[in-house]
Design a protein around this ligand. Structure first.
Ligand SMILES: NC(=O)c1ccc[n+]([C@@H]2O[C@H](COP(=O)([O-])OP(=O)(O)OC[C@H]3O[C@@H](n4cnc5c(N)ncnc54)[C@H](OP(=O)(O)O)[C@@H]3O)[C@@H](O)[C@H]2O)c1
Length: 259
């Protein structure tokens, strides 16, 4: 049931959920290639990753919005080895209502999320097929089950990624490749801070008041640590999750009301 000798490409790995995922996978014996825009932050993450015997962790500095460069950078960096685990993850679209959103914001979000996910998947897919083992895990949002007020562009693009992932999960199973989505609840990262500051400004309330309100929505009465989301991602990446395919897995402390 081991992940030893596996290689992962973890996107959005310079902080937050991505960085925690890289650490969780490395602890399980996976050699990790990190991807994000900030080289200095990536270097710090890599220095703190658990060492994997006989193999090196590595990183790629790339902007997932720059589709051509992304494809080139990833194929160059991963030419020497197959990637069996792909974690599609990057920053969330700016907060704001759907009716106020600039139409261009939808086009940009589509490029940053769906187009980037497609390019990354196509780049690593031949290696997954050769390995007979593949895990494509997309970090999206509970908004695919219940749209979140004030996140109009994000709600829309997450649904597109969920539909893409479900379609892929039905196409790739014969190669031993599973495709699943992890839906984080409130997770203590820079992204959450940005959203709550926006909500506080819009509602004319303090940040502390918004934090208290949001914590009260969660049955566990607290936000997740990035490592708690990463633990679920690492499980889906493992051979133990071999029969889990095409699902949306909320990791939200029970906040979603549907079942
Ligand atoms: N935190 C939450 O409560 C929560 C809840 C639900 C869903 N989510 C979603 O889960 C995902 C990860 O969340 P997070 O809280 O870990 O976010 P975060 O703290 O903002 O981290 C985002 C990561 O993505 C990278 N990134 C952003 N834009 C990029 C780009 N254009 N190209 C390459 N890398 C890029 C960032 O690194 P660089 O700046 O170095 O590029 C960073 O490593 C996001 O999509 C978020 O919306 C989060």
């Amino acid at each position: 049931m081991s992940l030893k000798n596996r290689h992962a490409l973890v996107c959005g790995a310079s902080r937050g959920i991505g960085a925690a995922t890289a650490a969780a996978l490395a602890r399980d014996g996976v050699a990790v290639t990190l991807l994000a825009r900030n080289a200095e932050a990536l270097q710090k993450v890599i220095q703190n990753l658990p060492v994997v015997k006989d193999r090196q962790h590595d990183f790629i500095v790339a902007d997932v919005n720059d589709t051509e460069k992304l494809q080139l950078a990833v194929s160059e960096k991963t030419a020497a080895h197959n990637v069996q685990i792909l974690i599609n993850n990057s920053g969330g679209p700016a907060p704001g209502t759907a009716n106020d959103a600039d139409p261009q914001a939808y086009a940009e979000a589509f490029r940053q999320h769906l187009i980037a996910d497609q390019v990354l998947m196509q780049t690593v897919l031949p290696g997954m097929k050769t390995s007979g083992y593949g895990r494509i895990i997309n970090i999206i949002s509970t908004s695919v089950k219940e749209p979140i007020p004030g996140l109009g562009v994000s709600n829309t693009i997450r649904a597109a990624v969920a539909a893409w992932a479900k379609t892929l999960s039905r196409e790739l199973g014969t190669h031993g490749i599973t495709v699943n989505n992890v839906l984080p609840g409130y997770t203590a990262t820079e992204r959450l801070d940005e959203i709550f500051r926006h909500q506080a400004k819009r509602a004319g309330r303090t940040l502390d008041e918004i934090v208290a309100l949001r914590q009260a929505e969660v049955p566990l009465q607290r936000f997740a640590e990035p490592a708690e989301i990463a633990a679920a991602i690492a499980f889906l990446a493992s051979p133990a999750a071999s029969y889990i395919n095409g699902v949306n897995l909320p990791v939200d402390g029970g906040r979603s009301r549907g079942y």
